[in-house]
Design a protein around this ligand. Sequence first.
Ligand code: FE
Length: 146
Amino acid sequence: MYKYKEVSEGTYVLSLDNHVEICQALGEFCKEKEIYAGAVNGLGAICEATFRFLDPATKQYVDKTFSEQMEITNLTGNISQKPEDPFTPYLHIHITASRRDYSCVGGHLLSARVNGACELVVQDYQENAVLERYFDSGIGLNLYKF
Ligand code: FE
């Protein structure tokens, strides 16, 4: 699903296998390394992706799927955990992707399938860093619990 190299303590460079789903592969990697607090960024190429848009008025996500070849011009996200499910890394990822005509689409990433390459950097905050979330019903989002 992926290959990786630890380039410095807690910082990993990942190369995802072709055709894998990015969120699934990243979740598996975080589980393998027991990363529950961290950050991720990356780039690559995808052929199908579903992005979400949270409508603040309804607090509902509106999903849209793009089935076309795109370049990931930016993928950025964080890794945390929900107290009720502490051993499932909670990924929050946003993405911008460029199309054949060089226009861009993007949003909150629900899923994206690699078609070519996908290169990520994952930073594990390690030590005693704990980043927990709670659901804020007023906003409709899982926010950091600080
Ligand atoms: Fe989001």
